[in-house]
Design a protein around this ligand. Structure first.
Ligand code: HEC
Length: 181
């Protein structure tokens, strides 16, 4: 009985302490101040497990289709480069000012399955600046972006430039500015 009372009091003290801390304004939410290691661990682990469990039932289509990757390139070039950069292109000032920092996606491709890449692109990640592209893009377009991302680790700045020139020659229907999709 005694132990239950001690645990109960301890629990109440912890909850009250937490509330006092939250209301005190002590925690610095500035994007220029990295999170404490423990906070980083909690957030990173929560994200990793959440993405993994939600992506596990996604069926991956054939991604070795050049025209799929080319459509994906176009979207990537229009929507992702500003934050994540690309071969030969640095992120913009917006990308540089974000915390957590948008990672180089060539590394992400090595660490994640295509289903996980799709899930993140489709749904975004809360409280990080990573937007959800699912509400504005079809599954085909999102898989195109994943197909293109898979090429990133082997893509040179020259090849990226060449793809950009080729994509500019593509017919209007692929043009991102006319937001018909
Ligand atoms: C406004 C900035 C912004 C834009 C635009 C953006 N991202 Fe992100 N993205 C982020 C940030 C910030 C993270 C890191 C989130 C984190 O650390 O939890 C991220 C993370 C990711 C990740 C997970 C990488 C990893 O290693 O954890 C993928 C995949 C990704 N973005 C894909 C994309 C794609 C594809 C696009 C374009 C369609 C895109 N992002 C556009 C900011 C952006």
């Amino acid at each position: 009985m005694k132990i239950i009372i001690i645990l109960l009091v301890l629990g109440i003290v912890l909850v009250l302490g937490g509330l006092v801390f939250i209301n005190s304004g002590l925690y610095n939410v500035a994007a220029t101040k990295p999170d404490m290691e423990i906070v980083k661990w909690v957030l990173e682990t929560t994200k990793e497990k959440s993405v993994r469990s939600r992506a596990k039932d996604i069926t991956v289509p054939n991604l070795n289709d050049e025209s799929l990757a080319m459509t994906g390139f176009h979207h990537y070039d229009q929507m992702c480069v500003g934050c994540h950069g690309a071969p030969g292109i640095s992120p913009s000032e917006i990308g540089e000012g974000l915390y957590p920092e948008p990672p180089d996606l060539s590394d992400a491709v090595a660490d994640m399955t295509p289903a996980e890449l799709l899930w993140i692109t489709q749904n975004g990640i809360k409280m990080t600046g990573m937007p959800a592209f699912g509400p504005t893009h079809s599954d085909d377009e999102l898989w195109g972006i994943v197909a293109f991302m898979q090429k990133l680790p082997d893509l040179s700045p020259e090849q990226y430039k060449k793809m950009k020139q080729d994509s500019e020659k593509m017919p209007q229907e692929h043009n991102h500015e006319d937001h018909s999709h």
